[in-house]
Design a protein around this ligand. Structure first.
Ligand code: CAA
Length: 474
């Protein structure tokens, strides 16, 4: 995030950016805030959705691999929960960045899989990390939990970026996303489950991505997806949740585009539209196919009225017009059908392949990790070396209930110096479990871990008061 309004965060003007910053401001050295590093923890167990799972649920495997976009779901073992996964991704981040506990000023945790109704998940995480770094080593660090379904982590990132910009003692902040995505067995949500944690190091002058300080929001009260107190699985109104996601994303995108224009950061000229300014667009990934729906809706919206739309029309015909239909319902049905044609058009599919598809590669192998999914998309791009210095990225986060937040960031010149994480190789080393083990784990019927914990944090006991005990298992 630039601390001077109207500046681009790379410190050099991007080809497509317009700076309205006054010359005296431009002369000042700009300090950016953003994501310096990212770490990912995914449980060691997985269930393939083809084979035994698809057969037992009576589903054509092609529906899951193409219609939903999923191949494998990550499954937490008996000793794992949102707190252990968060501690694992934080430990990896600290080791990667050679961070000492006293250098961290804030740990904000985004989760909708809280392990306690009152106690912050981050305090359990600090308790675990102190078993490695020493008792009291995190006592100067503040922690708080952000709950807003899958958007909690992004709200935390926005809040932490303001804190980091104002921080005067050069402390850094960490945002942790950690979730277990869980729906009832044999429900339509079941094949979109997953689990994992992502930690983001947020600081001034980041090596990876400088935030541009432009956030566009959209919020509306909805019942698309929720988990009443005491329930262990989410209640979901599936198709409605897809529509809420699309409405909220469009609203937040419009708010972002208007703000970016007002600040002079993204000012499309004749023949350009806002999506042209992004090298990659990262959307929340409840399942990879949803990202295709979201991209189609956003590209269709912004391309309409542009010269290129003539080429789209040459491929799929002209848009339906209200006057050509005898009722509003028939017009709406024709519009939906037209949008489906657009989503299959060569123009859209080319843009989708070059700007969006690669964000979903890890999610295909992991499933939904709720509030961290969009950052799994970022890790996916980075691991596949799809981002380069100067690229502008667009992030579109969605949280059921519902709200969306769209923001942008610029890939920094030091990005290539940040070591890779070998995520794809690590995912290949996981252990496949049979359907029966998955179902027993899901229902809480397994007492012993499938893989005994080693070199990791583990839940060791829930005592008579409901307090959770965690340990570092060497
Ligand atoms: N081969 C290939 N494709 C097939 C197929 C086959 N044999 N059979 C069906 N398909 C296709 C369908 O045609 C459809 O694609 P199109 O949209 O292009 O037509 C696709 O597979 C999905 O099939 P359905 O329409 O039958 O959908 P479903 O009943 O399986 O439900 C779901 C899908 C609503 C996502 C359900 O899995 C669900 O409720 N998931 C949990 C909620 C969720 O993830 N919502 C997303 C928005 S909310 C959010 O983002 C927050 C969050 O993280 C939860």
């Amino acid at each position: 995030m630039s601390r001077l309004s109207g500046d681009t965060a790379t410190g050099k003007s991007s080809k497509r950016s317009t700076s309205t910053g006054k010359s005296s401001e431009n002369a000042l050295r700009r300090e950016t805030v953003g994501i310096d590093d990212i770490s990912v923890y995914i449980p060691k167990l997985y269930l393939p959705v083809t084979g035994e799972f698809a057969a037992s649920r009576g589903i054509d495997p092609a529906k899951l691999t193409r219609g939903i976009g999923i191949e494998r779901m990550a499954v937490p073992d008996v000793h794992e929960d949102a707190a252990t996964m968060a501690a694992m991704s934080l430990l990896e981040l600290m080791r990667r960045a050679n961070l000492k506990p006293e250098e961290i000023g804030k740990i904000y945790v985004g989760t909708e899989s809280a392990v306690d109704e009152a106690k912050a998940l981050g305090t359990y995480v600090i308790g675990m990390l102190e078993q490695v770094y020493g008792a009291g080593s995190f006592q100067d660090c503040a922690t708080v939990e952000f709950k807003s379904a899958c958007i909690g982590t992004t709200q935390a990132l926005e809040a932490l970026s303001y804190w980091a910009a104002a921080e005067e003692e050069d402390k850094v902040g960490v945002v942790i996303a950690s979730d277990v995505a869980k729906y009832p067995l044999r429900s339509a949500g079941e094949y979109t489950q997953g689990a994992g944690s992502v930690s983001l190091l947020v600081k001034k002058n980041p090596r990876l991505i400088a935030l541009e300080g432009i956030f566009g929001s959209f919020t509306r009260d909805e019942n698309d997806f929720f988990r009443p107190l005491g329930a262990t699985t989410a209640v979901v109104n599936g198709k409605h949740s897809n529509q809420c996601y699309l409405d909220a994303m469009q609203g937040a995108f419009d708010a972002f585009a208007a703000k970016a224009r007002r600040k002079g950061v993204i000012v499309p000229k004749e023949g350009e539209c806002v999506t042209d300014f992004f090298s990659h667009l990262l959307f929340h990934i409840p399942y990879p196919r949803m990202v295709e729906y979201a991209s189609a809706a956003i590209f269709e919206h912004y391309w309409q009225g542009q010269a290129r739309w003539k080429e789209v029309e040459a491929e799929i015909g002209a848009e339906p017009k209200p006057g050509d239909y005898e009722s509003p319902d028939k017009f709406q049905a024709a519009k939906s059908d037209y949008s489906r044609q657009f989503a299959k058009s060569k123009h859209f599919l080319d843009a989708f392949k070059s700007k969006v598809l690669d964000t979903t590669s890890i999610s295909r192998l992991v499933g939904n990790i709720y509030t961290g999914s969009i950052y799994l998309g970022l890790a996916s791009l980075i691991e596949q070396e799809r981002v380069k210095s100067g690229d502008r990225l667009c992030f579109g986060a969605y949280g059921s209930g519902c709200s969306a937040l769209v923001f942008s960031g610029l890939v920094q010149s030091d990005a290539a110096s940040v070591p890779k994480r070998d995520l794809f190789q690590r995912l290949e080393r996981r252990t496949q479990i049979p359907l029966a083990d998955y179902e027993r784990l899901h229902e809480g019927l397994k007492e012993k871990s499938i893989i005994a914990p080693s070199q990791e944090f583990a839940l060791t006991e829930i005592d008579h008061q409901g307090y959770r005990h965690y340990g570092w298992i060497g």
